[in-house]
Design a protein around this ligand. Structure first.
Ligand code: NAD
Length: 496
């Protein structure tokens, strides 16, 4: 199929060994805010092309792993500057293909660059080999690159969740094959291409598609490590695909993050109310670490709900992602919209009260796009699907609890354990936080508002394996190699 590019239409190709690879078929990517508009086209990479990308990364690894760390950092810093220079262009493309408002798309670049800068600043010391002289001889501890990394990212933060892998993997001396999600492939491919321009051919390769390509990336014997962010169900397929070759993997998966409001929380605190609303509805609720279920102490429950509705109606303005007044855009895709809607309908049938939130700025666009009005769900049972499933969209249940033991139990009985938040007097909140099974717990804030890229991020239980961000998020792309020079070469207990 031949497709002509006009000014508005972006066409991406697979990028292998420093070259664009023409594809036989292309898929359209629509704008979720007005699905008749095609933002661009992306290829469906064939199995052969995926293998070619992996082989090119394996070949490039032979030289790249020997490149001094200073040069790796220098190249990554140049890539950061390129992204910074192209920020507006990237943000517009991201907003059009994803549906997130412009401020939110800028936020994604902000977090991406913050992490890339951190990784550049810390890589040399985090990856520095350690030499120890001790009573038993000498030990050299080095952090060696692993080889080819298959990086698979989701659609909700396509740039941040690609660069979170690219930067540390390359700084640690690995090469990479990136596969963005087919639901947001264009801006991630553009950023990966900008970065690739600063590195030798084959160090970064980009392929496109869904599970078919994913299976090749996760089973090919030349791939040493999988860095995956996405759903828990997909991760289970990946673990099976990787089993035969026992690959290392970092898995950042789903969550059902709870926000817990203790009786010491001040419901009159309007800034805090705004923060929890943002923690529920930023990026239309489509963030792994969004607060997806809210538990409020019964003594403040009624007042909380009243103030929450006021705050939500102030902050939530649903509209065109390009309109500066918009705070909440459409859902990214129809499948996700239908799923969230089905959870709300199910809750309604079970007797829940569903309250629409916010104002719709543009009714016509709302009807055309994959929009879903944000809702608050009350009177549901603790174990209703809308409470225990990861809804990943613009709806949130708020439930009362009677005592701290009960809410800790409700929190911890989830199969997930990504992030959580506790709101109220600081010492009380920290005391509850210590008892929660979650990779990150935030106090008096939640979701990206409490994210700190200097510290490890990841999940307990079925929310994942391993950590990204922080020093751990760099070392995770290495194998620890111990070189021992024992002082005593012959062991005394082994007979002559
Ligand atoms: P998804 O699992 O459907 O897809 C993620 C990626 O995996 C996509 O690139 C997809 O094409 C690819 N894929 C699909 N099948 C595959 C297979 N069999 N083998 C290899 N790759 C395959 O997830 P999604 O819908 O894109 O993203 C939403 C999910 O991601 C949510 O569950 C969310 O919580 C999770 N997420 C987690 C984090 C985190 O840091 N823990 C961050 C963002 C999103």
């Amino acid at each position: 199929m031949t497709i002509q590019a006009d000014q508005e239409t972006v066409i991406v190709e697979a990028f292998i060994n420093g070259h664009h690879v023409p594809s036989l078929s292309q898929s359209p990517k629509e704008n979720p805010a007005s699905p008749a508009e095609i933002v661009g086209y992306f290829p469906v990479t064939t199995k052969e092309q995926a293998v070619e990308a992996i082989e090119s990364a394996a070949e490039a690894f032979k030289l790249w792993k020997k490149t001094p760390i200073d040069e790796r950092i220098l190249r990554m810093r140049k890539a950061i500057e390129k992204i910074r220079a192209a920020e507006n262009e990237i943000v517009h493309l991201l907003s059009r293909e994803h549906g997130k408002p412009l401020y939110d798309a800028h936020g994604e670049i902000y977090v991406s660059l913050m992490w890339m800068e951190y990784a550049c600043n810390e890589a040399a010391s985090v990856l520095q080999e350690e030499v120890q002289e001790h009573d038993y001889g000498k030990t050299i501890l080095s952090y060696d690159p692993m080889g080819v990394v298959a990086a698979i990212s989701p659609w909700n933060y396509p740039i941040a969740l690609s660069t979170i892998k690219i930067a540390p993997a390359l700084l640690a001396g690995n090469t990479i094959v990136l596969k963005p999600s087919p639901f947001a492939p264009l801006a991630a491919a553009k950023v990966a291409k900008l970065i690739a321009g600063e590195f030798p051919a084959g160090v970064i390769n980009v392929v496109h598609g869904d599970a078919d390509v994913g299976v090749e990336l996760t089973s090919n014997p030349l791939v040493a490590k999988i860095a995956f962010t996405g759903g828990t169900a997909t991760a289970k397929h990946i673990i099976k695909a990787a089993a035969d070759t026992v690959k290392d993997m970092t898995l950042e998966l789903g969550g059902n993050d709870a926000a817990i409001f203790l009786d010491s929380f001040d419901v009159q605190d309007e800034r805090a109310m705004r923060r929890i609303v943002i923690s529920n509805f930023l990026t239309t609720g489509q963030i792994c670490m969004i607060a997806k279920r809210v538990y409020v102490h019964r003594s403040i429950y009624d007042a909380f709900v009243e103030k929450y509705i006021e705050a939500a109606n102030r902050w939530i303005r649903i509209g065109d992602p390009f309109d500066a007044n918009t705070t909440v855009g459409p859902v990214n895709n129809l499948k996700q919209k239908n799923y969230v809607q089905s959870l709300i309908e199910d809750a309604r049938k079970r007797g829940a009260k569903v309250i629409p939130l916010g104002q719709i700025l543009d009714e016509q666009r709302f009807d055309q796009g994959y929009y879903l009005q944000p809702t608050l769900v009350l009177n549901c049972d603790y174990h209703d699907p809308i409470v225990v499933e990861e809804q990943f969209g613009p709806t949130v249940p708020i439930l009362p609890f009677d005592d701290v033991e009960q809410v800790i139990r409700l929190h911890n009985e989830s199969i997930y354990g990504l992030t959580s938040s506790v709101w109220g007097r600081e010492e009380d909140a920290i005391s509850v936080a210590r008892q929660l099974e979650a990779g990150t717990t935030m106090i008096n804030t939640a979701a990206v508002q409490g994210l700190d890229v200097r510290f490890p991020f990841g999940g307990f239980k079925q929310s994942g394996i391993g950590r990204e961000y922080g020093a751990e998020g760099i070392r995770t792309y290495t194998e620890t190699h111990v070189i021992n020079v024992p002082a005593t070469l012959d062991l005394p207990y082994i007979p002559e």
